[in-house]
Design a protein around this ligand. Structure first.
Ligand code: ZN
Length: 123
């Protein structure tokens, strides 16, 4: 069953005019009304989706532990979305130097505050 777009009165299946207010019912206006109903149900669902505003929060502890355990392979850099540095660590992992730097960085991550960590290391 359709309703009058003008006054909301229930209409007969093939009514051309609204019996209550005389509004002319065209197939187009009924379709528009259906579209509006469809959109409004979409909007009703939307607030349930939780969105985190701004940049993604990286876990300081996770980055620190990754740097200490897997720092030689640049895993903590990949975790912090620093792909270029991660690749450099990975390229030089056979030298043993990235392991040492990763260990130092891991300790720095773990000893800094969350705010400083986000500011300095998270892009
Ligand atoms: Zn009407």
């Amino acid at each position: 069953m359709s309703t009058c777009p003008n006054c909301g009165t229930n209409l007969e299946g093939d009514a051309k005019f609204c019996a209550s207010c005389g509004y002319e019912i065209s197939p187009k206006s009924i379709n528009q009304e259906r579209d509006q109903e469809y959109n409004s149900t979409d909007n009703a669902i939307e607030p349930e989706i939780v969105r985190t505003p701004g940049k993604p929060i990286k876990e300081r502890m996770v980055a620190g532990i990754l740097a200490i355990l897997l720092g030689g392979f640049g895993v903590h850099k990949f975790y912090l979305d620093d792909m270029n540095m991660g690749l450099i660590y990975l390229l030089f992992c056979w030298t043993g130097i990235p392991q040492i730097i990763g260990l130092i960085e891991g300790v720095m991550y773990l000893t800094t505050t969350d705010e400083e960590f986000q500011e300095r290391y998270v892009k």
